[in-house]
Ligand binder design. Structure first.
Ligand SMILES: NC(=O)c1ccc[n+]([C@@H]2O[C@H](COP(=O)([O-])OP(=O)(O)OC[C@H]3O[C@@H](n4cnc5c(N)ncnc54)[C@H](OP(=O)(O)O)[C@@H]3O)[C@@H](O)[C@H]2O)c1
Ligand SMILES: *[C@@H]1O[C@H](CO)[C@@H](O)[C@H](O)[C@H]1NC(C)=O
Length: 331
C-alpha cells in the first residue's frame, strides 16, 4: 500500500518536473536531452556533403554559416544567384570550409524537371549527397475567402511537391549507397494550424504526412528522415509571404510588421537546433519560444482543447489583420 503511494508520488513528481522543463525550454524535451547528452556541436557533420535549399536568406543562410564553421561540404541552392554568392563569401570568411568545398547551385523548387539534373551536378562534384536539407519555402497570410485559388495551388506546389520532387531526385543515390539523411523544415503549423494561414498550414501538414510515411519506407535503406517544426523565427518569411494573390506579398500589403509575432526565436538558435537534430538523427523536433511551444503541445496532445482555443485566437487575429489593412488604405 505504502509502496503504491510512493510510486504514485514519484510519477506525480516526474510529471511536475516535466511540465516545469517544458515551460523553461525553447524546444521539445527529446531535443533538450540530446543537446545535453547527445553528439555535441555537430561534430559528426564535419566533411559531410550537405545540400541546403533556401540558402539565400533566413534559416537556410544561417544554417550554411554554422555548418561551414563545422567544416561540412556545402551545396547552396535558391533562385537568387547573387544572394547565394554573398552567403558563400561570408561562409568562406567565417567558416573553416574550403573554397572548393562550397558549391552554388541556383534552383527553382517549383520547376520540377530541373531537379534531377541539379542532383546530378552535385553528384558529379562531390560523388555523394550525405544530407539534403529541404528548407526553401514560402508562407501565406490572407483570409481564405479573399484568397485566389492560385495561392492555394502555388503554396502546395512549391512547399510540398517541390520538396517531394527534389527529395526523389536525391534518394536513388542514397538508396544505392544505403546511407543518407533527408531533413524537412516543416513548421509549428504542421501540428497546430492557424487562421489566416490556411494554404500554408495545409502545405506543412501535407509535408508531415508524406515524410512520416516515407520515413517508415526508408528505415530498411538506412536513410533517416528528420522533420523540424519551428515556431516563429527571425527571417524574411513574413515579408515574402503570399497574400490574396501569388505576386502580392505581405510586405507589399504593408502587413508584415503587424503580422509578426513579437517573441520570435533568433535565427542562429533555430539553425543550432537543426544541427543538433541532424547530428543525432532525430525524427521530429519542435522549437519555439512560449507561448507557441506550449500551444504545439496542446495541438498535439489535446486537439479538442486546441480547436476550442483556436476560435478565440482566430477572431482576435482576423480583427487585427483587417485593422492593419484598413489603416494602410487610408494612409
Ligand atoms: N521563419 C519562420 O518563422 C519559420 C517558421 C516555421 C517554418 N519556417 C520555414 O523555414 C523555411 C525557411 O524560411 P525562412 O524563415 O528562412 O524564410 P525566408 O527568409 O523567406 O527564406 C526563404 C528561402 O526560400 C527560398 N525560396 C523561396 N522560393 C523558392 C523557390 N521557388 N525555389 C527555390 N528557393 C526558394 C528563398 O530564396 P530565393 O528567394 O532566392 O529563391 C529563401 O532562401 C521555410 O520552409 C519556412 O516555411 C519558417
Ligand atoms: C548507415 O549509414 C551511416 C551513415 O549515414 C553509416 O555510417 C552506416 O555504416 C550505415 N549502415 C549500414 C548498415 O549500411
Amino acid at each position: 500500500m505504502i509502496c503504491m503511494a510512493l510510486l504514485g508520488l514519484l510519477v506525480v513528481i516526474i510529471l511536475f518536473l516535466m511540465v516545469i522543463a517544458i515551460c523553461v525550454s525553447d524546444t521539445d524535451l527529446t531535443l533538450k536531452f540530446y543537446e545535453r547528452f547527445g553528439i555535441q556541436n555537430g561534430e559528426n557533420l564535419k566533411g559531410k556533403v550537405i545540400w541546403i535549399t533556401g540558402a539565400s536568406s533566413g534559416i537556410g543562410e544561417e544554417l550554411a554559416y554554422q555548418l561551414s564553421g563545422i567544416g561540412s561540404k556545402l551545396v547552396l541552392s535558391a533562385r537568387r544567384k547573387s544572394e547565394l554568392e554573398r552567403v558563400q563569401s561570408t561562409c568562406l570568411q567565417r567558416g573553416v570550409t574550403e573554397d572548393e568545398d562550397i558549391m552554388i547551385l541556383p534552383l527553382d523548387l517549383s520547376v520540377f524537371d530541373s531537379h534531377s539534373s541539379a542532383a546530378q551536378k552535385v553528384l558529379s562534384k562531390f560523388g555523394k549527397i550525405d544530407i539534403l536539407v529541404n528548407n526553401a519555402g514560402r508562407s501565406q497570410r490572407s483570409y481564405a475567402l479573399d484568397t485566389s485559388l492560385e495561392v492555394d495551388i502555388e503554396c502546395i506546389k512549391l512547399n510540398v511537391i517541390g520538396t517531394v520532387s527534389l527529395t526523389k531526385a536525391v534518394l536513388p543515390d542514397m538508396v544505392k549507397r544505403k546511407s543518407g539523411h533527408i531533413v524537412i523544415i516543416s513548421s509549428a503549423l504542421g501540428i497546430m494550424p492557424v487562421a489566416l494561414q490556411t494554404a500554408y498550414s495545409a502545405a506543412k501538414f501535407a509535408l508531415q504526412g508524406y515524410f512520416d510515411a516515407l520515413r517508415s519506407e526508408l528505415y530498411d535503406e538506412n536513410i533517416t528522415v528528420t522533420t523540424i517544426c519551428p515556431g516563429p523565427v527571425v527571417s524574411k518569411v513574413v515579408e515574402n509571404a503570399m497574400t490574396t494573390t501569388v505576386d502580392k506579398t505581405a510586405q507589399d500589403l504593408g502587413v508584415d510588421a503587424a503580422m509578426q509575432y513579437g517573441n520570435r526565436m533568433p535565427t542562429a538558435r533555430c539553425a543550432e537546433v537543426i544541427i543538433i537534430s541532424m547530428a543525432n538523427k532525430l525524427s521530429e523536433v519542435w522549437c519555439s519560444r512560449h507561448p507557441i511551444l506550449f500551444f504545439i503541445y496542446i495541438g498535439q496532445y489535446m486537439p479538442t482543447i486546441y480547436r476550442f482555443l483556436s476560435k478565440f485566437y482566430a477572431r482576435k487575429r482576423i480583427q487585427a489583420f483587417r485593422e492593419t489593412l484598413r489603416g494602410k488604405k487610408t494612409n
